[in-house]
Design a protein around this ligand. Structure first.
Ligand code: ASP
Ligand code: MG
Length: 410
């Protein structure tokens, strides 16, 4: 059996007109002899509407019922779309999460998929040409409906492709959205950004985590783990899109840098005059971890006469809480004080090519220097160099790096 997974986001199924365009894509695949698994999001705006309703009805919505409510957005879109397919003479049926079944843990609002029963699903694919599956949802061991976090339909699509692949060999996953692929940077900031034809899972994870919001991060992690080839394509064009896949030699050799990502959601907190002794970092960061505050960059200044400064970044929403915990520890360990700066942003160059090319960091730093941009903090990994800079210089920095690494198109 030849199977293809096609996922369509909320803007692709917003109304009848859009759904008819989606139907054309599905009919195309059926004509090519595929059994098609269509994974749908809720129609554009529906999930937000349901969230709003939940908070009109309740100040603190019961988490299980909140998920049961949010999951209805997808139930609506899959039923409507299956009607359209049946009208076109295609044998199709819809399936919500627990019918598939998609078993998850019980972290309502951001549940993780534990397993998908592929055998049952395959028998449905024998009987139907198209199975239209609700994205974003599953059910828990306690037999409650769960949802996978905003943007979670991407993960549903990759997960069903992975589960089917295990039974019948590699199943490709096509993620259709309103952009035609993954770009070297955000085209709204840099009009010269170009589409990347092929990108590795690791690069995509870095791009996704830095605000290139094409795919839910979990879906990329899933794809990497189960080696699912993922295509990002536009519903509204016939473009090939971007293939997200395993890293290979050609990717490492061709370019040093594949993309420039940025993150405006950064605040820098500095603890001044910290006594430089064992246990100080642990004391500072343990309470942040305990309260699930995500710390991004960390830098400790070289110590002088047993005294040092520690700096870290968090997102704006965590600033207040981070200050509370940090002030408390700063007092306990006898630090001189703390200060923060919320006018900062992070720019990153990303590329598996860095594994093969040396000096990428030096090139980036000197380009920023020539543009007269001051670097406040630096962090690096095998395939990424990130610099914290002043927020008002972000756009200049992104353009500079994009040009420097030869990413500009027409
Ligand atoms: N409908 C859900 C949301 O808006 C899931 C998705 O679209 O992927 O987040
Ligand atoms: Mg999405």
């Amino acid at each position: 059996m030849k199977v293809l997974v096609q996922k369509f986001g909320g803007s692709s199924v917003a109304d009848l007109e859009c759904m008819k365009k989606v139907r054309a894509k599905v009919l195309d695949a059926v004509a090519q002899g595929y059994k098609v698994v269509v994974v749908l999001s809720a129609r554009a705006g529906q999930t937000n509407k349901l969230v709003e309703m939940a908070y009109q009805w309740s100040d603190e919505p019961n988490p299980a019922e909140y998920d049961a409510l949010l999951a209805t957005g997808e139930q609506e879109s899959i039923a409507l779309f299956s009607m359209l397919l049946n009208d076109a003479g295609v044998k199709a049926r819809s399936m919500v999460g627990y019918q598939v079944p998609v078993l998850t843990d019980n972290s309502y609002g951001s549940a993780r998929i534990i397993s998908i029963e592929a055998g049952h699903f395959l028998s449905e694919l024998e009987r139907f040409d198209v199975v239209v599956m609700a994205g974003f949802q599953g059910y828990s061991m306690e037999n409650r409906i769960t949802t996978l976090g905003r943007g979670g339909s991407d993960t549903s699509a990759v997960a069903i492709a992975a589960a089917l692949s295990a039974e019948i060999g590699t199943v490709d996953c096509h993620i259709y959205t309103d952009v035609d692929g993954v770009y070297t940077t955000d085209p709204r900031m840099v009009p010269k950004a170009t589409k990347i034809p092929k990108i590795s899972y690791d690069e995509m994870l870095e791009m996704a985590s830095m605000g290139a919001k094409v795919l839910q991060i979990r879906s990329v992690e899933f794809a990497k783990k189960y080696k699912v080839p993922v295509w990002v394509r536009s519903t509204f064009t016939n473009d090939e899109g971007t293939l997200v896949t395993q890293e290979d030699e050609s990717m490492m050799e061709s370019v040093m840098v594949s993309g420039v990502a940025f993150d405006k959601d950064q605040v820098r907190i500095t603890i001044l005059g910290v006594p430089d002794q064992p246990g100080v970092s642990a004391a500072l960061f343990a309470p942040l971890a305990d309260h699930e505050i995500l710390v991004d960059m960390i830098v400790q200044k070289a110590s002088r006469e047993g005294i040092t400064d520690m700096t870290y970044t968090v997102s704006h929403k965590d600033l207040k809480r981070a200050l509370v915990y940090t002030e408390k520890v700063a007092e306990e360990i006898g630090a001189q004080g703390i200060e923060y700066d919320d006018q900062v942003a992070k720019v990153s160059v990303i590329g598996v090519g860095m594994r093969n090319h040396s000096g990428v960091a030096a090139i980036a730093f000197s380009a920023l220097h020539k543009a007269n941009i001051n670097i406040l903090m630096i962090s690096t990994s095998e395939i990424k160099i990130s610099c914290l800079i002043h927020a008002n210089e972000l756009e200049k920095a992104v353009r500079t790096l994009h040009t420097t690494f030869g990413l500009d198109g027409e």
